[in-house]
Design a protein around this ligand. Structure first.
Ligand code: FMN
Length: 169
């Protein structure tokens, strides 16, 4: 798939059908995350892969906008390492760039995914830290719920030229 086509046709997919994603697909998705740009090239990301249904249900229990998770095959929690990138703003941007790369790769593989935010919502980061036994210096930035597509969504028109400013506002 051409890059622009992938960017425009990617949609958040929250309904999934039966069937697993393969180990190879999982590795391709994570590899895409690792090729994101990062401030000072610190690459502060870590990826926690969750496939255990009880854990998926536990996350949906405290994250009211992640109720799709028990229906997903896999959840990847993208975390940032404060020891590698002490500037929290950069750490969040780096991990977010990784997440977007991963979403586009999921789409290119014909699978469906949605990004669910964690940081900076305190009860979500705290809940995730506890559930996954994350060390103190690791911030859970966001999670990706991934599965075989159970819905099709079309591309909206989002190109609004009034948002472009030349030389000044
Ligand atoms: C930082 C961030 C947090 C998000 N959190 C959630 C979430 O918790 N649950 C959810 O269903 N979607 C979440 N989304 C997905 C957005 O709702 C979605 O991207 C938006 O509605 C646009 O739809 P699209 O992805 O199909 O273009 C999040 C997206 C971002 C970038």
């Amino acid at each position: 798939m051409d890059v622009m086509e992938a960017i425009i046709t990617r949609r958040s997919i929250r309904k999934y059908s039966e069937g697993q994603i393969t180990k190879e697909q999982l590795m391709t998705i994570i590899k895409a995350g690792c090729y994101a740009p990062s401030a000072h090239n610190r690459q502060p990301w870590h990826f926690v892969v969750i496939r255990n249904k009880e854990k998926l249900r536990a996350i949906a229990g405290f994250h009211s906008y992640a109720r799709m998770l028990p229906g997903a095959d896999t959840c990847i929690v993208v975390c940032g390492d404060k020891e590698r990138q002490p500037q929290t703003g950069f750490l969040i941007e780096d991990c977010s760039a990784a997440i977007q790369n991963m979403l586009l790769t999921v789409h290119n593989l014909g699978l469906g995914a949605v990004w669910c935010g964690l940081y900076p919502v305190i009860h979500l980061t705290r809940g995730m830290k506890q559930l996954l036994s994350l060390p103190e210096h690791i911030i859970p930035v966001g999670l990706i719920s991934i599965g075989r597509k159970g819905e099709e969504r079309t591309a909206p028109d989002r190109f609004d030229k009034s948002k472009i400013h030349y030389e000044e506002w």
